[in-house]
Design a protein around this ligand. Structure first.
Ligand SMILES: [Zn+2]
Length: 500
């Protein structure tokens, strides 16, 4: 973080290679504070088999004395930044390695570009990081030696990849049979000591994630660059249009990216399988060739309230709320999860209508034949909204399908579902006693202690409850089928099937 920027500013995004800017500078949709918060909450919500805890550090650059003095006294000092960050990340303070409890400082300041004492500063940071690693990895001695041999062998081969066959040979030398090698690889993967996907890519083990990261970042850069020919990508006008407007590509894009794949170990098909497995892409089968939908490559834009309202004629939106923020990756994964369904209702991407000419990163329109209507999914900073244009009697089925897809998405992203603290109800439209609450978007609460269920407000709990029949038809349609569950707010059950 640059100390000269406010936490409440939206940073400008410029994508450059070797100092050459490849896009028109663009203001990001989130503020610096929202970006930090989203990242910390997302990492903290991941489930960890090794019981370790994540560690965070916020380093502020550009703190060298002369500049620092100039900025001191401006609208947001480093002390104010510390205070804001502290209150926003209050429940995670113990996970910050530079958190100073006595002075209440979270930020580790370094000077402008670290020109002086560069080595000393980086040694300091490394020392703090290393002395702060928590969690103990328990590993049998033989498996430990296997892991060392694996890394040693892989470093000689391409991109830190090693074939399963070579793993078996290493195992043999250590008197481990194939069954034990398989078991060991799965354990090492769960301890994050290697990367192994036995169900998708059983033939290869990655000892270094960099190669996979490079593949994905090469693909991701496509969405940032204005003129793709500048990085050697030559697509036909039709393909380019499909990519920019609908987020759809075919294999020719990967061929253009020159990804340095290794046939036999990790091919183009393997990369596509991996992206499908992690719900990054969904396959669109056409007669002649396969195409793929990739929502993360769409333009990073949202719809405004008027644009959304066009889709709220039949039903008010279903309002899916989380603890403070929508965690990283959950929205695009939800979209791909819906598109990847193999049972009815099936979903298809639905663009090119006058009310929705282009798919966006934060707003995707799908169509479902079985429910006979369009489904618009919108990502806000703190919630996801689902709009439906079909008949209102299908809303409650759609709600169950969306919850199921969210449950699958959370699993794929390795989020601990309990930590998501999700509710899927409608917005509270009550007239509040505290007028400020009328403007604040928040969900209703439902209690099933009585029949018909009682509806309350999630922020002004002193408001008298109403019954579900008092809600408008545009709201109650989402909740009719939910009446079988008995919880205060309808939240995602631990087992995704319970609610169905
Ligand atoms: Zn309310």
């Amino acid at each position: 973080m640059k100390v000269t920027k406010s936490l409440h500013d939206k940073p400008t995004f410029v994508y450059s290679i070797n100092g050459k800017a490849l896009n028109t500078p663009k203001e990001m949709t989130l503020t610096n504070l929202q970006i930090i918060e989203k990242f910390v909450r997302s990492v903290a919500a991941t489930s960890r088999e090794d019981n370790s805890e994540p560690a965070f550090a916020i380093i502020a650059t550009h703190c060298d004395k002369s500049k620092f003095k100039r900025f001191f006294g401006l609208k947001e000092t480093i002390r104010e930044k510390n205070k804001t960050l502290q209150s926003c990340l209050n429940e995670f303070l113990d996970l910050f390695i530079f958190y100073n409890r006595d002075s209440n400082e979270l930020i580790f300041p370094v000077d402008n570009f670290c020109k002086w004492d560069r080595e000393k500063i980086s040694a300091d940071i490394c020392h703090r990081l290393l002395s702060d690693i928590r969690g103990n990895i328990n590993i049998p001695v033989r498996w430990y030696v296997f892991d060392l041999n694996l890394k040693n062998e892989a470093s000689k081969e391409t991109h830190g990849m090693i074939s399963l066959e070579s793993c078996y040979s290493i195992g043999q030398r250590l008197e481990m049979d194939q069954g034990e090698v398989n078991e060991c690889l799965i354990y090492l993967d769960s301890m994050r000591l290697c990367i192994y996907y036995p169900t998708v890519l059983p033939q290869v083990v990655f000892t270094n994630p960099q190669f996979l990261i490079d593949c994905l970042s090469n693909i991701a850069c496509v969405s940032f660059i204005d003129n793709l020919t500048e990085i050697g990508i030559n697509l036909s006008w039709e393909d380019l249009n499909l990519l920019k407007r609908d987020g759809v590509f075919d294999e020719s894009l990967l061929d253009n990216l020159q990804l340095n794949l290794v046939p036999g170990l990790f091919s183009k098909g393997d990369l596509l399988s991996l992206m499908q497995h992690f719900l990054v892409i969904s396959t669109i089968k056409t007669a002649d060739k396969s195409r793929y939908f990739i929502p993360i490559l769409l333009p990073a834009e949202r719809l405004n309230e008027e644009q959304k309202a066009l889709f709220a004629q039949v039903a008010d939106p279903l309002f899916i709320q989380f603890d403070k923020t929508v965690l990283q990756g959950l929205f695009p994964t939800l979209v791909v999860s819906l598109l990847s369904r193999e049972e009815e209702p099936l979903f298809f991407i639905d663009s090119r209508t006058s009310d929705f000419p282009q798919q966006l990163r934060h707003a995707v329109k799908l169509y479902t034949e079985e429910l006979f209507g369009s489904v618009l999914l919108c990502e806000n900073v703190e919630s996801i909204e689902i709009y439906f244009t079909g008949r209102s009697r299908h809303c409650d089925r759609l709600r169950k399908v969306v919850l199921e897809a969210l449950s699958i998405s959370a699993k794929v992203l390795q989020y601990d579902e309990k930590k998501l603290n999700m509710s899927a109800v409608v917005r509270c439209n009550r007239k509040h006693n505290v007028p400020a609450n009328d403007k604040m978007i928040h969900p209703i609460t439902i209690s099933y202690k009585n029949d018909p269920p009682e509806i309350g407000c999630s922020i002004e709990t002193s408001l008298p409850t109403i019954i579900i029949n008092d809600l408008s038809e545009k709201q109650s349609c989402w909740l009719i089928g939910a009446a079988g569950t008995h919880s205060e707010t309808i939240s995602l059950p631990t087992n995704g099937n319970e609610i169905l």
